[in-house]
Design a protein around this ligand. Structure first.
Ligand SMILES: NC(=O)C1=CN([C@@H]2O[C@H](COP(=O)(O)OP(=O)(O)OC[C@H]3O[C@@H](n4cnc5c(N)ncnc54)[C@H](OP(=O)(O)O)[C@@H]3O)[C@@H](O)[C@H]2O)C=CC1
Ligand SMILES: C[C@H](O)[C@@H]1OC(=O)[C@H](O)[C@@H]1O
Length: 253
């Protein structure tokens, strides 16, 4: 049990990686607050899974693209659960689209959710940790896409590079306050975000073939490394980026 006595906040936790992380944190002894956008039932079932583990949980709806969502989520989590020890910035979208005719709205929405949302959420969580005066841990879900490109992800990959860079800079800004900031860089993980893209069996097989560990990832493959980075086992780790991709990145030739 790595997070006993801690309160963990996770954005975008009604589904996928965020949901797996919220439940894994509870399994490790944490009380958990989750943010989600519109999936009320899924958010409620995540809360139910956490309370079934004997931990406290709340779900707060809110669009991370709106900076006001950040202070609302953090304030309501601190009121309900007492404090904020760990913040996991996970909410994100990836509406696959070609570069040459990228709609301005798709580009702007992706930037606002993935990058602006991360910025203001991390800022709000860090300010709460500062008020508490006992440090904390921030983990951002970046991507292998921070390091490599994607033909239909020209709007998305820069946001993931940005999130990775944000953790490097906040690690410096917050280190003296005992707040650690790290990112995880998942490879391809089977979730709703890529269901349509990977519905093409040829593409799915091609992606899986590139992975030395022999399979695409699952949300729980990412939850474990996030719990580790959030925990005191990682107490001297900050500004780091942990690639969690089954070996895909290094498999060039
Ligand atoms: N799956 C993958 O292969 C990879 C994913 N990632 C990153 O992991 C993160 C999670 O992705 P994944 O689990 O795959 O995606 P899912 O689509 O499964 O889940 C996305 C989650 O984010 C929430 N969300 C979406 N938009 C917003 C918003 N504007 N405000 C608040 N919450 C929002 C959704 O809530 P709701 O259901 O209510 O809409 C949902 O809970 C993303 O940042 C993604 O970029 C990184 C590398 C690989
Ligand atoms: C959504 C994609 O399948 C996924 O997102 C990422 O960040 C990975 O690099 C994959 O491309």
């Amino acid at each position: 049990m790595l997070l006993v006595g801690k309160t963990v906040l996770v954005t975008g936790a009604s589904a996928g990686i965020g949901r797996a992380t919220a439940i894994a944190a509870a399994r490790h002894g944490a009380d958990v607050a989750i943010n989600f956008l519109g999936s009320e039932d899924e958010a409620a079932s995540c809360v139910a899974a956490i309370t079934a583990l004997g931990r406290k949980a709340i779900a707060v709806a809110g669009d991370v693209a709106d900076p006001a969502t950040a202070s609302d989520f953090v304030t309501r989590a601190a009121e309900a659960l007492g404090r904020v020890d760990v913040f996991v910035n996970n909410a994100g979208i990836c509406p696959f689209h070609a570069f040459l005719d990228m709609p301005v709205e798709t580009f702007e929405r992706t930037m606002r959710v993935n990058l602006h949302g991360a910025y203001f959420m991390v800022q709000a969580a860090a300010n709460q940790m500062m008020r508490q005066g006992q440090g904390g841990a921030i983990v951002a879900v970046s991507s292998i896409s921070a390091l490599v490109g994607g033909e239909y992800q020209t709007h998305y990959t820069p946001t993931k590079a940005g999130v990775h860079s944000l953790m490097q800079s906040t690690a410096i800004a917050l280190g003296r306050h005992g707040i650690r900031c790290n990112s995880v860089l998942p490879g391809t993980i089977l979730t709703d975000i890529n269901k349509e893209d990977l519905a093409d069996p040829e593409k799915r097989a091609r992606m899986a073939q590139r992975i030395p560990l022999g399979r695409l990832g699952e949300p729980d493959d990412i939850a474990g490394p996030i719990v580790f980075l959030a925990s005191d086992l990682a107490r001297y780790v900050t500004g780091a980026a942990l690639l969690v991709d089954g070996g895909a990145f290094v498999n060039l030739q």
